[in-house]
Structure formats: structure tokens, C-alpha cells
Design a protein around this ligand. Structure first.
Ligand SMILES: [Zn+2]
Length: 674
């Protein structure tokens, strides 16, 4: 790797932050932190940390010595000065005199020395930065560095590459003890440019941001060169391709349990494929993580899953269940061994894998949300490179289980995952049709707030892209009357998230014609959109729900016209009445699989379904203004698209309700179900 330092960019950053009273030290600290953070071969997703020792004014205007160190929750790649909270350095450094300091006391010691009481918690590696004397310090978990540190003969290799330029620190868990040890090693090697923390990562330091950063780059570059000189391209015989969507819903269904819902993320590349296809997969992948920090994302080891291409779904389910049981039992045994062996009292974490490796396919990452699954996939993708390179250099060696267990169950590490209570639809994948506006858009907003992972479709490509972008949802343009396109769409959802949990089948049109003189094309087209499309969607989703085996919901947007037709609306009412029948049929036939089918009958919602002219004509026929028309119901209040969305959400969550038609019309006795 090469230095990305550009003098003009560094100066520009100093000038930019000077306007906000941020000093040059901190501005340059931001600059090189970002250079490190933006390179995924150095750090991933909030990993690594950096610091600078500088002087800033306290609240009395007195200049004091502080350590500005990465705050938790910030990512080096886009860090800002407020992501480097200032901690009073003097007495922080004095903590080194203590014999011991618990994790809780360490966190407290860091917090009470913050200049800003509202700042984020300083990094768990703050004391290490504080105890080293250097002005600028950079720390990463670079792939190439880990490939040479995760070795039986790591010390010999480090000496061979770096001689005395980098000093070696044996593995100790991050925290007070490691901070003291690192400071001792540094004092024993005062000329060193940095520290190699075995099975953990690299620290470099210097008097200027540039020196510390470029020492970091040089160290990583030398490791890369050392690996490159020893890597030989070995053609791994390719295993038969495995089709992901043929088993993903089965795996996803078996992974979830009770409150735990997961989405999957498939990752593959030529390097990943070579890794999962090779004979050594079971040996290489089952030794442990490449740096302890990763354990909260990937668990200690991935699950290996062989998929037989020719197996039928029932056999596949059985095979996956057996593997999953083995994995969970092994996880429980690992926890039990650590807990009983050391007399610990902890609440075990869930025993589910976060990474599943499938020969013939790639990495399947497992997470409580698409974001969590993507992070796990990113981390393991780098693990693949690190282990492959480590094996080229020598033999990949992970830490003993006891150390990995300590890291996995370290409260400060678990805190990084956040402890927010899951939302009602967290980890649930929901398809919404007709999502480009009106009720569909409101449903998308409501379900998104409830934590669902959404896949939005609509004929209106621009409209659905707008709604999806605002919510960070996936989307595609889709004509739901095209049965084949609908099946393909559901296949794409499965490829994206590993399965699907429900649908709000909402797309519809409102054609008008007297029924006795109705043009056959108007009626046919209404039946296509307002009835048959719901069948195509429900059929495609139900097929996946049944494979998944975890129930699910089918929600249909019917209409009050199903029970209470209006003159001139025959083509619409006939289709919607049949849609209510379709809802009941699904409730009747799919209840045995835990699949619930319900519908909402809404009325007089301001959407683009009826244009303003139509509305005024209908209002006039009743001697009302348009506003009065919208309010003419038993409650005398206008019904909104958000009200309809709320009803859909309630039905999605109503675990004991199926075959139900809910009215959302402000009250209309003639349209009430009976
Ligand atoms: Zn670290």
C-alpha cells in the first residue's frame, strides 16, 4: 500500500476547521484518521482508533493538556473533531501508577476527565494511547498485519520483516493491563516506530500526523510485500455451483427462533469461492477470528454447510437442521466449558451462527437487520483474505478459546452492538406493492418505522425510487399483473435477504363504467389489476413462506366497495369483492402453515386513485363540497392514508387473526362487514 497523504488536502482541512476554532493538531488528526478509516484493508466498521495529544482551553479559558481520542460510535472513515473527545491527560496518565483498574472504573476514569460532559465514551483503548508518550498514535487491524501476527512463529516473522523498528507485544485483552504492558514494551524499545500487538493489530506513532500515518502505511506495505513474495496461486478445484435461493428460506426459517429474526446476506467473489471450495476449509475456518474485535460480528467460528444440489426440500431442511443443531450445541458447549471451568456467572448469548460457509457458493452472513448482516459479511470477507495470506506465510493461528470468550462476553465489546429494544418488525422482510404514493407510500413509512426490511414495487419507476430512497429501502419497477415478473421479484427478495415474511398487496386502479354497458376491456383490466395481480403476489410469496416454515402474513388492500358497491364503479367493486373472497380462501387453506390472510376495506382516502374532478363530481352528486365529502362518515372525520397503514401494521402483528376484514372508513354502516 501507498501513503495517501496529499499536502494540499491536509492544509485545506486545517483551514476548514480553523473557522470552527479547531486547532491544527486536531484537524490533521481528523485528516489522517479518515485516510486510515477509508481503507477497508486497514479497518472496518468502526474498528481501529487514533489519538493526538494537544492543548485546548478548558471552560475557564485555561489551556490544558488533553488526549483527543476516537469516541465510541464514530467511524474513522468519516470522523469529525467531535468524534475525538478531549480527555484531561495529566491525571489520566497518572492512572498508570495503579496496580489494577476494573473495566467499569476505567470507563468511569475516562468519562470524568472529559472536557465535554456530553461527549461520546472515549475508545476502550484510550489508556493505551494515554500511556504512550507520542503526540500522534494510529491503530488499525490491517489484514496484512494480522496475517503475520496470527502465526505460531509470529515473533520470528516480525523480526524478519521489521527488525527492531516495531516492537512486539504479546496478546493481552484490551483494557488497563494491556495499556500498561504496551507502555513498558515501548520504554524498552524507545527507538521503535510502533508496536505489533500479537493477534490483535498495529500501533504506530510519531511527532506529527504525517510521520505516524506514514509509519503505519510503511509497516502494512512491508507485511503485504512479505506475503506477496510467499503467495503462490494455487488453482482450487471448483465445487459444483449451489443455487442460493433454493435453500436460503429454509436456512433463514430454521435460524429464527421466537423473538430472534434474522436476515441473510450472501457474499461471493473469486477469492471467497476459492476459500469455501478448498479442501482445507474445515481446518482453516474453525480456528477462530483473526482479531478479537471481530468476534461480536461473526462469532468465534462460522458454520459449515454442505448443500447437495440434488436434494429435495424436505431432505435439505433435515440436513440444515442437523448442521444447525450441531453448531448450536458446539456453541453451548464452548460457553459451558468457559463458564464452568472458571466459575463465571454470565447469561449466554444466542447460539446461532453469524457466518455460514457454503462450498460451491460463498459466505452467508446472518444479522438482526440488513445492516448487521452486511457488516458481518464485510468482516468475514476480510477474514477470508487474512487467513488465506496467513496460510501462504506459515500457519494461521487464532487465540485460545478462553481469550476469545473473554472478548466475546466483554461488556465493553457487547456495548458496541447497542442494546436497543428490537422494533416489532425487526428482522422481518416485507414486500409492498403499489408503493409509489398514496396508501402504499404510507404503509411503507409505517412499516419502516416498525423496523421492517422493505422491498417496494410499483409500475411507476420514478415514484417508487423516490419513496424507497427516503426510507433506505430496496425497490424495483414492477407490473404486478405480470405473473412471471412477480415470481422473479420474490426470487430477488430471497436473493437479497434470504427470505420474506409478508406482503402488503396494495397496488390497484379505480376504473369507472356502468356495468351493463361496460367495455369488456375495462372490466378485464380491472380484474387483472384488482384481483389477479393479488393472486400472483400471494402465490409467489406463499411459496417462499411455506419453505421458510415460520408463518407470515398476506395483507390485501380491498375496498368498502366489496361490501357496499357504488353506482358506476362496477368493474372496481366486482374485482374487490372477489379480492375479499381471495383473502378468505388464503386464510382457509394456508392457516395450517401459520400464514395469516387479512384485508383492509378503506374508503375516501385522498390519493391519486381518483382525480380531483372525479371527487368533486361525486361530492356534487351528494350536494357536498370535496372536504365535506371526505368527512361524510359516522365519525365525521377525514380518514388518512396513515390510518390505513396503521390498520395494515396492526394486522401484520395480530398473531391470532386471520380471515379478517378491517374497515378504515370513518364508519359506514352500509359497508360494515356482517
Ligand atoms: Zn484494537
Amino acid at each position: 500500500m501507498k501513503s495517501q497523504w496529499v499536502e494540499a488536502d491536509a492544509r485545506a482541512m486545517v483551514d476548514r476547521y480553523a473557522a470552527d476554532d479547531v486547532n491544527e493538531d486536531i484537524a490533521l488528526r481528523v485528516y489522517t484518521s479518515r485516510l486510515i478509516g477509508q481503507d477497508p484493508t486497514l479497518v472496518l466498521h468502526g474498528g481501529g482508533n487514533t489519538s493526538v495529544k494537544t492543548r485546548v482551553a478548558d471552560d475557564l479559558g485555561e489551556p490544558i493538556e488533553v488526549l483527543c481520542v476516537k469516541g465510541s460510535g464514530w467511524d474513522l472513515g468519516d470522523i469529525e473533531p467531535e468524534g475525538l473527545p478531549a480527555v484531561r491527560l495529566g491525571s489520566l496518565g497518572a492512572l498508570r501508577e495503579r496496580d489494577s483498574l476494573s473495566d467499569e472504573d476505567m470507563v468511569n476514569a475516562q468519562r470524568i476527565r472529559l472536557l465535554d460532559a456530553g461527549a461520546p465514551n472515549p475508545s476502550v483503548e484510550t489508556l493505551l494511547h494515554a500511556f504512550l508518550p507520542h503526540k500522534f498514535i494510529d491503530h488499525s487491524h490491517a489484514n496484512a498485519i494480522l496475517s503475520i501476527l496470527d502465526q505460531k512463529e509470529a515473533e520470528r516473522i516480525c523480526l524478519e520483516i521489521y527488525a527492531e523498528r516495531l516492537a512486539v507485544v504479546p496478546f493481552v485483552m484490551p483494557g488497563f493491563e494491556l495499556s500498561k504492558l504496551a507502555a513498558q514494551v515501548q520504554e524498552a524499545h524507545p527507538e521503535a516506530e510502533g508496536l505489533l500487538l500479537l493477534q490483535h493489530g498495529l500501533f504506530t506513532y510519531g511527532d506529527t500526523a504525517k510521520v505516524s500515518y506514514e509509519r503505519h502505511v510503511r509497516a502494512v506495505d512491508e507485511a503485504e510485500q512479505y506475503i506477496a513474495a510467499r503467495s503462490t496461486v494455487v488453482a482450487v478445484p471448483r465445487r459444483a455451483d449451489v443455487k442460493y435461493t433454493s435453500f436460503a428460506p429454509i436456512l433463514r426459517g430454521l435460524l429464527g427462533e421466537g423473538e430472534r429474526n434474522y436476515v441473510l446476506c450472501l457474499r461471493t467473489s473469486p477469492q471467497i469461492r476459492a476459500f469455501v471450495d478448498r479442501e482445507e476449509l474445515a481446518s482453516w475456518s474453525q480456528r477462530g477470528v483473526v482479531t478479537p474485535d471481530h468476534i461480536i460480528r461473526t462469532k468465534r467460528v462460522p458454520m459449515l454447510l454442505e448443500i447437495e444440489g440434488s436434494a429435495n426440500p424436505d431432505d435439505l431442511r433435515l440436513q440444515i437442521q442437523v448442521r444447525l443443531d450441531e453448531y448450536r450445541n458446539a456453541y453451548r458447549a464452548y460457553v459451558k466449558e468457559q463458564v464452568e471451568g472458571r466459575g463465571l456467572e454470565i447469561k449466554p448469548l444466542d447460539p446461532d451462527p453469524r457466518i455460514v460457509l457454503v462450498p460451491g457458493l460463498g459466505i452467508i452472513a446472518v444479522g438482526g437487520s440488513p445492516g448487521a448482516a452486511r457488516i458481518a459479511a464485510d468482516v468475514y470477507q476480510h477474514t477470508v483474505d487474512t487467513i488465506t495470506d496467513a496460510e501462504a506465510v506459515g500457519s494461521f493461528q487464532a487465540l485460545p478459546n478462553a481469550d476469545l470468550f473473554d472478548m466475546e462476553y466483554w461488556s465493553l465489546e457487547q456495548a458496541k452492538l447497542g442494546k436497543a429494544k428490537p422494533l416489532p418488525l425487526s428482522g422481518k422482510v416485507v414486500l409492498i406493492t403499489g408503493a409509489a404514493g398514496g396508501i402504499g407510500e404510507a404503509v411503507a413509512q409505517t412499516f419502516s418505522r416498525a423496523g421492517a426490511s422493505l422491498y417496494l414495487v410499483d409500475r411507476d419507476a420514478e415514484g417508487v425510487a423516490r419513496v424507497a430512497d427516503a426510507l433506505g429501502a430496496a425497490q424495483q419497477a414492477l407490473d404486478v399483473t405480470d405473473a412471471k415478473a412477480v415470481t422473479d421479484c420474490v426470487e430477488r427478495i430471497v436473493a437479497m435477504h434470504g427470505g420474506v415474511d409478508g406482503v402488503v398487496s396494495n397496488a390497484g386502479t379505480a376504473p369507472q363504467s356502468d356495468i351493463d354497458t361496460c367495455d369488456p376491456e375495462i372490466l378485464r383490466s380491472s380484474l387483472e389489476v384488482n384481483l389477479l395481480s393479488h393472486q400472483w403476489v400471494a402465490q409467489a410469496v406463499t411459496a417462499r413462506l411455506r419453505e421458510q416454515g415460520t408463518g407470515g402474513f398476506l395483507l390485501f388492500n380491498a375496498s368498502k366497495a366489496a361490501f357496499n358497491p357504488g353506482k358506476g364503479f362496477g368493474p372496481y367493486a366486482v374485482a374487490k369483492a372477489a379480492l375479499v373472497a381471495l383473502t378468505k380462501q388464503y386464510a382457509l387453506e394456508c392457516g395450517a402453515y401459520g400464514i395469516r390472510a387479512n384485508a383492509v376495506n378503506a374508503d375516501r382516502i385522498r390519493t391519486s386513485l381518483l382525480n380531483a374532478e372525479d371527487v368533486s363530481r361525486r361530492a356534487e352528486a351528494r350536494g357536498l363540497s370535496a372536504d365535506e365529502y371526505y368527512r361524510s362518515n359516522l365519525l365525521g372525520a377525514e380518514v388518512t392514508a396513515a390510518d390505513v397503514a396503521e390498520a395494515f401494521l396492526n394486522l401484520a402483528l395480530a398473531r391470532s387473526t386471520t380471515g379478517c376484514i378491517v374497515t378504515v372508513d370513518g364508519g359506514n354502516i352500509a359497508a360494515s362487514p356482517r
